[in-house]
Write a protein that binds this ligand. Structure first.
Ligand code: AMP
Length: 120
């Protein structure tokens, strides 16, 4: 499936709609989730047009991959998640419950989290 450049995170990257930004560099943007599911809930997205984690793994350059992974680490530190621990989640496709078709990783924590996987 082709990348949909009208998805909401693409609009945030282009500055067309606002976000509560936590971090930005050449490879990644991080902002607070609009509907937090934990005391701390931030999103990290790559700047390139990748639909999901598989698309990113197959097509991103090595520099983009390293940059994105480093950004995940920096954001976890900045959000004060590393000491108490946290969870990194990348929902992928229909079964994964992905709503926004631009690759993103949720970092959630700030308190003890529930079970890892729930099924409908
Ligand atoms: P997913 O289900 O993995 O695609 O997650 C998409 C996430 O994006 C959800 O947790 C939403 O709450 C969040 N979200 C949607 N729109 C915005 C927005 N404008 N700013 C911040 N987070 C958003």
């Amino acid at each position: 499936m082709a990348y949909d450049s009208n998805n909401i995170f693409a609009k945030i990257l282009r500055g067309e709609i606002p976000c509560k930004k936590l971090y930005e560099d050449d490879f990644a943007l991080s902002f607070y989730d609009i509907s937090p599911q934990a005391p701390v809930h931030v999103l990290v997205i790559p700047k390139g047009p990748y639909e999901n984690q598989n698309d990113f793994a197959a097509h991103a350059s090595e520099a983009e991959m390293v940059g994105f992974m480093r950004a995940l680490g920096k954001v976890a530190e900045m959000a004060k998640l590393t000491e108490g621990g946290y969870r990194a989640i990348a929902n992928c496709g229909l079964n994964g419950g992905q709503e926004v078709p631009h690759y993103h990783v949720h970092l959630v924590g700030g308190g003890k989290l529930g079970r890892m996987v729930e099924r409908d």
